[in-house]
Design a protein. Structure first.
Lengths: 147, 177
């Protein structure tokens, strides 16, 4: 990744235009050719630097459910349970963290009512308790990943 | 009557046509000169309808933003700490606002406690180049916000197992990742 890629990422984090020729508009802002912008974005997607490029939805406003869930899994069982949990398509990201509650994942369901059922299914499948911590309030922070 | 006006009766709701569009673009926009025109071809919408619907969904907040999902680790942000705070309920709003002002805080949420296992009600996410830098930032934040005596914990991530955005498949279970 070079300086130009960094500029592209920073620009795209601020938003992407919804108009007939959005890449041309972004390219102009960055003072580069549209072709070059497209091929650089493609390369960054291929390299895994960017995981997705498009709209970010507000799950709740789409009627979906979203929650942060923690579990306490003994070290010896961790990989097995991680595999069981990750096999649920509703599990978005999953992190191992250094705490007694050591598994933390985001659950995203199509319908809000599915959250409880999915959590129950995860408890049944793994044999461990889940701690459900849906957001009560989101504080505003800007988008500020300086690439 | 234009296509968007057709949905006027359920103005703030997501219509079936919106949902078709959402399903199609959730994996990403096509990388070509006229991505919205290209998307429309697959669901029998013209370019203008795609643009109108996406704009309307941005205005109503269904789409939070258009842009990129960055893989922090690949960009050299190797340390990622979730810092959790036990803040008295009547102060949590004010404290959350203060914490969110710091430039190294990338997310901040109020969540329910899970007593007795989990006493924390304010969650903040802090990324940085390494653990030392992140820890120093957290201590600085605690000092500046007067939170030194508050009960908090830093949970660094050891491994990331799965990372994707939320995916929507109304009435369709195929193609999940």
């Amino acid at each position: 990744m070079d300086e130009i890629d960094r500029k592209i990422i920073n620009e795209l984090q601020g938003g992407f235009p919804v108009c007939e020729s959005p890449f041309a508009e972004v390219a102009e802002r960055l003072n580069m050719e549209e072709e070059d912008l497209l091929s650089r974005i493609k390369n960054m997607l291929d390299d895994g630097m960017l995981s997705r490029f498009g709209p970010m939805y507000h799950a709740e406003r789409l009627g979906g459910g979203l929650s942060l869930v923690a579990m306490k899994i003994p070290e010896t069982d961790f990989d097995k349970v991680a595999e069981q949990v990750n096999a649920f398509p509703q599990v978005a990201h999953n992190y191992q963290r250094d705490h007694e509650l050591n598994m933390w994942f985001v659950l995203a369901t199509e319908k809000a009512s599915e959250v409880d059922d999915t959590l129950e299914a995860i408890e049944d499948r793994t044999g461990y308790k889940v701690y459900n911590m849906p957001k009560l309030h989101e504080f505003y922070v800007g988008l500020r990943f300086d690439a | 009557m234009n296509s968007v006006a057709r949905d006027v009766e359920d103005n703030m709701k997501v219509s079936a046509r919106d949902m078709k569009l959402i399903q199609l673009v959730q994996y990403g926009l096509p990388l070509c000169s006229h991505p919205y025109k290209e998307i429309g071809k697959h669901i029998d919408m013209d370019e203008q309808e795609v643009i109108d619907r996406l704009k309307k969904m941005q205005e109503s907040g269904v789409i939070k933003r258009m842009g990129v999902v960055v893989r922090h680790r690949k960009l050299g942000y190797r340390a990622n700490a979730m810092v959790v705070w036990n803040i008295p309920d009547d102060q949590v709003k004010e404290t959350g606002k203060k914490i969110s002002q710091f430039e190294f805080v990338t997310l901040c949420y109020r969540r329910p406690r899970q007593l007795p296992q989990w006493p924390y009600n304010l969650f903040s996410m802090i990324h940085g180049s390494d653990r030392d830098a992140v820890t120093e930032n957290i201590h600085e934040l605690a000092r500046q916000c007067g939170l030194q005596d508050v009960n908090y914990e830093i949970l660094f991530s050891k491994r990331c197992f799965k990372q994707r955005g939320a995916i929507y498949h109304p009435g369709d279970s195929s193609g999940r990742d």
